[in-house]
Design a protein around this ligand. Structure first.
Ligand code: GLN
Length: 509
């Protein structure tokens, strides 16, 4: 029975719990047993929290018995370890926060807790979410459940690998430049980056505040819609969270995408795409066309400047945000005779190499004399990237005389490659940064994008992303779910239980 409780969708689990066929304690024990069984191979967690999970499950069962269940009551969830939790350490993957126990929950966590969700553990991340593979975690590297010699992607590789491996039903990750979509693509699950401001950032450890967003990591689009519905919406504690009503995202999944105009940006197929990735994405586009959507080739040339723009803006903001880790207020402290020496010793000992690289890049870009040349220029390019998307979606005012309203959504590959080998890019920061070349433009523009599995190349998952105008999460989820319904990619499970990978993957695309 326990094995049957792994890999349920939120709707399936809800149904079993509400009909009292399964208790949350049983569902939770099944997931804790799964963690026991696979964690030495997958290594998705920094801190497993079985005791908190058991207590949460007991409370959930009481609530279900009282007839007061919400969508997530009794459902096992894992949180990327950049989300503050009042009952478990929150490390951000860094030695500088090794023993940090936050005094409060992040708003997204609090909203799930209010619903009676069960938290099974804090999952792995690149240090301060800086990375594309989890190899920058100061604890350990998470492995891709599809091939344990490969990375799961990053920085949300922990929650993503955990959900792909059946260790939790739902995960919460975070995105600054692709950190949910890229690993979701590498591990064959669904990952959402929302419109900037759709979800409160309160209690999300800051990396680059003008880009950071919490994002659901789930096995199906419907689960993603449920999760977004639970955590989205204005929060007085985050002034950048938008006072925009939260629609019923689950109800938006009608399967009907007839007549939608789908933009296919030529430049996104020109960024060192592996042939197998291109083949799977093009096949996915044909399926979408077959559902009655119209494919329109478009050009987004400014998107190509996304990567260098991001690597000015994100490190600049990071260098300011990370100034707070000084060995005085909280986290690691390496006391020395005077204050400056304490700062230096603490930061030298507490931060890893990539974080130090970002702080140096960021302070350089912000320093007097270089500020205009780098930071201000990057902000201008960012504005152009956003304007280009606005034009494609017809959200500009048409003042420049260009055609407005070309497409409803845009579909592109999520990443140029499938999951790479552990160690393959760790000595080459530029190769590592390239993993996000196709995800970063949406972050800079602040628009939503959902990554959904679209096949396999050489036995590894491939993913396409559906981007949409600001606050059109319901629309992009509808497109992703219509696609998911007419394929079976999100139903494939990684080969952790003995079945050979070839048998699961089949002939690939
Ligand atoms: N890989 C990118 C970086 O290292 C994006 C990370 C993220 O989205 N958190 O900055």
């Amino acid at each position: 029975m326990a094995g049957d409780l792994i890999y349920l969708s939120v709707d399936e689990a809800r149904d079993l719990l509400d009909r009292r066929e399964v208790s949350s304690v049983e569902l939770t024990e099944a997931h804790l047993a799964r963690i026991e069984a696979v964690e030495d191979r997958v290594k998705a967690f920094i801190t497993a929290t079985p005791e908190q999970a058991r207590e949460g499950a007991r409370l959930a069962d009481e609530r279900i018995a009282a007839g007061a269940a919400a969508t997530f009551t009794g459902i096992p969830i894992t949180l990327k370890d950049v989300l503050c939790t009042r009952d478990a350490p929150t490390t951000a993957g860094s030695q500088i926060l090794r023993d940090f126990l936050p005094p409060y929950d992040a708003t997204a966590v609090a909203r799930l807790r209010e619903q009676g969700a069960v938290f099974v553990g804090k999952s792995n991340t690149d240090e301060f979410a800086m990375g594309s593979s989890t190899e920058n975690s100061s604890f350990h590297t998470t492995r891709n459940p599809w091939d344990l010699a490969r990375v799961p992607g990053g920085s949300s590789g922990g929650p993503i690998a955990a959900v792909a491996a059946g260790e939790a039903i739902v995960g919460l990750g975070s995105e600054t430049g692709g950190s949910v979509r890229q690993p979701a693509g590498f591990c064959g699950i669904v990952g959402l980056k929302t419109t900037y401001g759709r979800i409160s950032r309160y209690g999300l450890i800051a990396f680059a505040s003008s880009l950071d967003q919490i994002g659901p990591a789930t096995r199906t689009v419907a689960d993603c819609a449920h999760t977004l519905g639970a955590i989205a919406g204005h929060d007085p504690a985050d002034s950048t969270s938008a006072p925009v009503p939260v629609p019923d995202y689950r109800a938006a999944l009608t399967g009907d995408i007839k007549g939608l105009r789908v933009g296919v940006p030529r430049e996104y197929f020109d960024q060192g795409l592996e042939p197998g990735v291109e083949a799977a994405v093009r096949q996915g586009l044909r399926v979408i066309e077959g559902l009655g959507a119209e494919l329109v080739e478009i050009s987004l040339p400014t998107s190509l400047s996304g990567l260098p723009t991001y690597y000015i803006i994100a490190p600049a903001e990071a260098s300011a945000n990370l100034a707070r880790y000084d060995g005085v207020k909280y986290g690691l402290s390496v006391p020395r005779g005077d204050l400056l020496a304490t700062y230096l010793a603490t930061r030298r000992a507490g931060f890893g190499a990539e974080v130090k690289r970002r702080i140096m890049l960021g302070t350089y870009a912000l320093s007097s004399g270089y500020y205009d040349a780098y930071y201000v220029k990057a902000q201008k390019v960012r504005t152009l990237i956003k304007a280009e998307f606005d034009r494609a979606f017809g959200r500009d005012d048409g003042a420049d005389g260009r055609a407005a309203g070309v497409v409803d959504v845009i579909i592109a590959p999520t990443s140029p490659t499938t999951a790479f080998r552990i160690g393959e890019r760790s000595d080459d920061p530029y190769a590592m940064y390239m993993a996000d070349v196709l995800t970063i433009p949406a972050n800079l523009a602040g628009i939503p994008s959902v990554a959904v599995p679209c096949g396999f190349a050489d036995g590894l998952p491939v993913s396409l992303q559906v981007m949409g105008p600001a606050f059109a999460e319901d629309l992009i989820l509808r497109v992703a779910e219509a696609y998911e319904r007419s394929t079976d990619w999100t139903a494939r499970r990684p080969p952790l239980d003995g079945a050979p990978r070839e048998a699961i993957v089949g002939s690939g695309v």
